[in-house]
Every structure is written in structure tokens, then in C-alpha cells.
Design a binder for this molecule. Structure first.
Ligand code: ATP
Length: 243
């Protein structure tokens, strides 16, 4: 049994005292890829922000890599190995690729940089280019590469596919699956491309109406189209999530 990297119990979180998500339970093991799905406004980003220590929980507990996630010190959560690639990618348009790669590590680690760039060879020839001149796909690869340079144990990627052609998404998403398999990183994905996300995930959960409406094995969910769609769109037929 792989090490549990993220353990969430009865989590409620939201804004200004109003919960967006209530009673969320989740555990993610090293090497697992889990997709968090749901319609716009379902609370997917809110959930990732809480896991990263960037949003205080209203109640419940979040443990990552054996310690409580302390929202008063998100930097210590990050230092422990939790990395969030936000949906705006968190890059600086006027800085070059090289500058981003350099800033990502406290000390230069050429071996790690090589290993990361081997996963995204398209970036290798772009080191001198300003990020604002990269394509959306190249920017997304860089955002993931920057996160990977810190050798995370839990990598969360919010809306990786935002603004990207499905063909580009289809090229990048499988690399996250490889990371999980080859480096034992636990990967949490928030995705709008449900089919592509399920194809690279072990498990998935669908959020809606502030709750987990459906969760289970990714392949089984992909095969049960009606149940998946009714949970996703919050229409009839969504049964309470499996324990
Ligand atoms: P999307 O796919 O549209 O990004 P999401 O599932 O990621 O949706 P969230 O961004 O987590 O959803 O938003 C969940 C709810 O919380 C929405 O109703 C949103 O308007 C609200 N919300 C998000 N950020 C804030 C904030 N900073 N202050 C108040 N409400 C917020």
C-alpha cells in the first residue's frame, strides 16, 4: 500500500463565512492521479486552494505529507512538497523561460532541471524566450516544469487545459500520468475535459451543490456516462457518493 500523501476529513471551506464545499472526505496516495470534476462554480479551485493552505478551512482537517496543512504558513506547506499550478499558470510574461527555471529552485540543481526538461523537450530550445511570447501549451508546460523543479510529492494542477486546443491537452496530460507512475508523485487534477482527465486518472470525484456527488474508479466512471453526466450537470439521478 502506497503512502497516503493527502488526507482530508469532513472539510468545509468557502468565503466570508459561506461554505462552497461541505463535508469533503478524500485521501490520495503517492503515485495516484485523481481528477476533481464539476461544472463551473462547483468549488474545484476552492478545494485546491484549501489543500494548498491558501484558504483556511471553515471546519474539518487537511493533512499533507504527514502534517496538518497550516493556512497561516502556506510556504511551509509548499516546502514540505505540496505544489499548486494555478489556472492562470502563475508565470511572469516579461521573464524568460531560463529565469523561471532558475527562480524555481532555491539552489541550482542542474540534474533535476535536466530531468524535468527531458519530460518537456519543447522547452529546452526556448530558454531565452520571454514567457509572453510562448504558446499557451508551452506556457503550461513551463508552469508544470517550474512546479516539478521543487520535487513535489503532491502536485495539483488547476484547469491545465484552459485556453488550449484539445490536441495540445492530449499531449500534456499523459505526462502527468507518467510523473505519478515514474516519480511516485500524487497528482490532483482539476479539468474541464472530462474524458481526457478520466483517461489519465486512477480515480475521480464530481463536485456539485457543495458536495461530492459521485466518486470512484476513473475507468468505471468513464463507462457510466449517464451517471457521470447527471452528477456533472447536477440533474436528476445523481446518487450520494460512495463512501
Ligand atoms: P470554475 O470552473 O468556474 O473555475 P470552480 O469549480 O473552480 O469553477 P470555484 O472557483 O472554486 O469554482 O468557485 C466556487 C464558488 O465560490 C463560486 O460560486 C465562486 O463565485 C465563489 N468564489 C470563488 N472565489 C471567491 C472569492 N475570492 N470570494 C468569494 N466567492 C468566491
Amino acid at each position: 500500500m502506497s503512502e497516503i500523501v493527502l488526507e482530508v476529513e469532513n472539510l468545509s471551506c468557502g468565503y466570508n463565512g459561506i461554505p462552497v464545499i461541505e463535508g469533503l472526505d478524500l485521501s490520495v496516495a503517492a503515485g495516484e492521479v485523481v481528477s476533481v470534476l464539476g461544472a463551473n462554480g462547483a468549488g474545484k479551485t476552492t478545494t485546491l486552494l484549501a489543500f494548498a493552505g491558501l484558504l483556511p478551512p471553515m471546519s474539518g482537517t487537511i493533512r499533507a505529507l504527514g502534517a496538518s496543512v497550516d493556512h497561516r504558513a502556506p510556504h511551509s506547506v509548499a516546502r514540505r512538497g505540496v505544489r499548486l499550478v494555478p489556472d492562470d499558470r502563475g508565470l511572469f510574461p516579461s521573464m524568460t523561460v531560463r529565469e523561471h527555471l532558475r527562480l524555481a529552485c532555491r539552489k541550482p540543481d542542474h540534474e533535476r532541471e535536466k530531468a524535468v526538461l527531458d519530460r518537456f523537450p519543447a522547452l529546452a530550445g526556448l530558454r531565452s524566450r520571454a514567457v509572453g511570447l510562448l504558446s499557451g501549451g508551452e506556457q503550461q508546460m513551463l508552469a508544470i516544469a517550474v512546479a516539478l523543479l521543487a520535487s513535489p510529492r503532491l502536485l495539483m494542477v488547476d484547469e491545465m487545459s484552459l485556453g488550449l486546443a484539445p490536441m495540445v491537452v492530449d499531449r500534456i496530460l499523459p505526462s502527468l500520468r507518467e510523473l505519478a507512475q515514474e516519480e511516485g508523485i500524487a497528482v490532483l487534477l482539476v479539468e474541464q475535459h472530462v474524458d481526457l482527465a478520466l483517461a489519465v486518472s486512477d480515480r475521480a470525484l464530481v463536485l456539485g451543490r457543495g458536495k461530492v456527488l459521485l466518486q470512484g474508479d476513473a475507468r468505471e466512471l468513464a463507462a457510466d456516462r449517464d451517471r457521470l453526466e447527471s452528477a456533472y450537470f447536477g440533474t436528476v439521478g445523481a446518487e450520494p457518493a460512495d463512501a
